[in-house]
Ligand binder design. Sequence first.
Ligand code: ITT
Length: 211
Amino acid sequence: MIRAGETLLVATRNRGKTNEFRAAFAPLGIEVRDLNEAPEAIPDIVEDGETFADNALIKARIVSEATGLPTLADDSGLCVDALGGAPGVYSARYAGAGASDADNNAKLLRELAATGLTPPDEAAAAGAPDALSAARFVSALVLYAPGGETKTAEGDVRGFILPTPRGEGGFGYDPLFWLPNYGRTMAELSTEEKNAVSHRGEALRRLLARL
Ligand code: ITT
C-alpha cells in the first residue's frame, strides 16, 4: 500500500504526531505529509466514534476519499485508572473544545486531586512514590487505500501520572506520563526513544508487519 520513495499522507493536524511519524518512516525512505500541508480541501472531520479504532477509520476514510491518496490516521488518548479510563477518546478535548495541552494537563491534575485517592502501591514499588495513578496511552492506526482497503493496528504503553510536569519533548500529556522502565517522563525522551516505547510506535510496528 505504500513503498520507499513515496509520500504518505497522515490524517492529522497534530504536529507532535507528524514529527513521530516522520522519524519512524524516514529510515524506510517514505516521506510524511500532514493536513497542515495538504493543499486539497479536506471536509470537516467529526470524530464521533465510540472507540479509538472507530475514530481512526473516520479520519483515514474522509481524508483518503477527499485526496485520492493512501492515508494513515491515528486516534489515541490517555486512559487513567483512577478516573475509570478517562479521558480516553476525549483526551484531545478533555478541558473543552479547543483546549491546549496545558489546559488538558491542568484538568487531569484537578480531576485526580478531586478523587482524594492516595498514590497506588504499585507506583511506589516502580520508583515513583508521588505518582497519582497508573495509566495507559492507547493508539489505533488505520491505513486506508483509495478503493477502501484498510489495514489496522493498535498499541499501548503503561505508566504513571506524576503530580507535576517534567520535560519539554513530545506533546499532550507526555510531561505527566512517567515510564517505570526509563525512570523518565515521555516528554524527557527523544523522538526516537519515544517511538521505541510508545503506544503509537508499537501500533506502527504492528501495522507495518501487516503490509
Ligand atoms: P488529530 O485528530 O488531528 O490527529 P488530535 O490531537 O485531535 O489530532 P486525537 O483526536 O487522536 O488527536 O487525540 C489525541 C489526544 O490524546 C492528544 O491531543 C493528546 O492530548 C493525547 N495523546 C495521544 N497520544 C499522545 C502522546 O503520544 N503523548 C501525549 N499525549 C497524547
